[in-house]
Every structure is written in C-alpha cells, then in structure tokens.
Design a protein around this ligand. Structure first.
Ligand code: GRG
Length: 318
C-alpha cells in the first residue's frame, strides 16, 4: 500500500482483494457438494464490512511502516489470516442467527442462511467455514521456513483461543444464559451488571477483533512489544465497536443496518444503551477511541490506517 492512500482507498482496495481471495480459498465442486459451497458463499458474499480482515491487513501494514517488515510483503503474508478471520466471523453470524440462538431472519441485508437453506445446512455451512479457516491458516502462506511456520502456529493458537470457549463461544454461551435460553443459575436467566456486560462482550465480539489485529502483526513479524500494543489498541476498538453496535440497534433502521433493528430493547437485552443510555454510551465509546489512539501514539504506531479505523468504528452507520 502506498503511504499516502486514504482510509477510503485502503478500505476499497482491501475489500476487493479480500473478496477475490475468499472466492479462491473457499472450496467448490468437485471438492465439496454444491450445496455446501453455495451456502458458504451465500453468507460470505452477502456484503459484510470486512472489519476483521481489514484490521489484520492494517496491523500488518502499520507494523511494516515502523520497519518490522517490507510493506508489500507484510500485506501478502497477512492475507490468509485476514481471510480466515472473516470465515470464522461469518460462521459465527450464521450460527448466531439460528432459531436455537438469536433466531433472526435478516442479516447483511438478506434473509438469513437458515431461512433459505434450512437449519441443517446453516449449521454445516458454519461448521465448514470454521474448519476451512484453520485449514487455510495452516496451509498459507506456503513454505517451510522455520520463521514462517512459527508465525503461522502462533496465529493458529491466537485465533483458536479467541474463537473458542474462553472467547467467542464463551461469550455466546453467556449471551444464551442472559436470554434465558440456557441454564443460568438458581434464579433462572443470568443477570449481568456492568462488569458482566463488559466481560460478555470482550469474549463474544472483542476476542475475535483482538485476534484479527494481532494476527496481522504476528504475520508481519512484529516484536512482542508491538504485538502487545496492537492487542491493547484492538481491545479498545472492540469495546467501542460493541457500544456503537448497541447504539445503532436503538437508532438505526433495518434498511441501514442490514439486520433487524430494535431487537435488543424488544427482548430486554442488557446493552450499553440500556444500562447507560445513548448519550453516556456515546461518551464511553469516545473514551475507548481516545485510549486506542493514545496506545498507537505511545508506541509510535501512528503511520498507516489503524488510527483512521478507530474513527470509522465510532462514526459507522451499519
Ligand atoms: C455462534 C459461537 C457463536 C458466536 C456468535 C459474533 C457473534 C457471536 C454474534 C453476533 C451477534 C451480534 C450481532 C453481535 C453484535 C456485534 C457484531 C458481532 C456485529 C456483527 O459484526 P459486523 O457489524 O458484521 O462486523 P458484518 O456483517 O459487517 O461483517
């Protein structure tokens, strides 16, 4: 990426390249049954923002700009990880929309996958996307140089932990308990205070956002200190992302969001908007954004797109 490109240019180019690679990486007949290939593609190419893969690429790019790697090479080497985190994210949305979970019929502006293909194929498409993600992380970039293999293994560990029981799966389990859809303790549905809400979101949404950014830094060859910086930055934007998501659920329309609006309030879900009100929630998101920027400044990681991405997350409308 040329040093002068704007965030809008970066997002455009990244999205085109991500979509081309996702198409190439996803299996198709005769390697898999047509229905699995079609179902995976239905959700993967439904028009998501690509935030997580963009974070992977932007982290690799930022790390390269402070000299840890060659710029075009950093982008190339981080690409499979960028695509893998989007596959895992898409799987999580497919499963989240199932009747057994959030039971939603609209996602990314389209009927949800189970509405079109049925619950069974939706479960399998999600399972398949997750498995394909880890196969991709292990396979690419190809090569048996010790350094590359070590980076790939580290990314597999980071992404696996973020997607797993301590991360996204754990957060989703808490969400089910809160919704009264899983045993939540002696009192019925689990109730969350502010710390509990933060913890649930740190797992459910935050863990994969952190892993996406950290994966880019690792693949680009960042030092442990830089990886820690990227992780701290991503923890702040992960929380900001969730707070904004809660505000958008109150203020956005289904047309803008591409998903059902007003669902949190209708189901009396604990959200930042419900707990703090919209105005205080906006302040909290702005505080996260300020801390994310400061983290970059303190580590001298201000060149590139990580800073502008913070502002995109705060001002997004979908
Ligand atoms: C099923 C294990 C499992 C986990 C599901 C991510 C998730 C966990 C559920 C999604 C529920 C939800 C709407 C959470 C709010 C934040 C969020 C993850 C929104 C969707 O992410 P975006 O806005 O979506 O990045 P796009 O479609 O742009 O990729």
């Amino acid at each position: 990426m040329p040093p002068s490109d704007s965030l809008a240019d970066f997002l455009d180019r990244a999205r085109v390249a991500i979509d081309l690679s996702l198409e190439r990486y996803l299996p198709k007949p005769p390697h898999c049954p047509a229905i699995v290939s079609e179902a995976m593609r239905y959700s993967v190419f439904a028009g998501g923002k690509r935030l997580r893969p963009i974070l992977t690429l932007a982290s690799a790019d930022a790390v390269a700009r402070v000299g840890a790697a060659d710029l075009p090479q950093a982008w190339e080497v981080a690409f499979p990880a960028a695509c893998a985190v989007e596959l895992i994210h898409t799987y999580s949305l497919i499963h989240d929309d199932l009747p057994a979970m959030d039971n939603d019929t609209l996602r990314r502006g389209r009927p949800t996958l189970h509405v079109v293909y049925g619950d069974g194929i939706a479960v399998l498409a999600g399972d398949g996307l997750q498995a394909e993600a880890f196969a991709l992380l292990a396979r690419e970039p190809a090569g048996n140089q010790a350094d590359l293999v070590v980076r790939k293994l580290r990314v597999i560990e980071v992404v696996g932990a973020a997607a797993g029981a301590a991360g996204m799966v754990g957060g989703q389990a808490i969400d089910l308990q809160v919704a009264g859809q899983a045993p939540g303790g002696s009192q019925g549905a689990l109730r969350l205070d502010a710390d509990g809400l933060r913890d649930m979101h740190a797992r459910k949404t935050g863990a994969m956002i952190r892993a996406s950014a950290v994966a880019g830094a690792i693949m680009a060859g960042a030092s442990d200190d830089l990886i820690t910086t990227v992780d701290r930055y991503a923890a702040e934007i992960g929380l900001a992302f969730q707070i904004v998501d809660d505000i958008l659920d109150v203020e956005g329309s289904a047309g803008e969001l591409g998903k059902t609006a007003g669902k949190d309030a209708a189901e009396a879900k604990p959200t930042y908007a419900a707990l703090y009100g919209v105005s205080r929630s906006r302040q909290l998101a702005a505080e996260c954004a300020a801390r994310a920027h400061q983290t970059l400044v303190d580590a001298g990681l201000t060149a590139g797109h990580l800073g502008p991405i913070v502002d995109w997350i705060i001002t997004r409308k979908n």
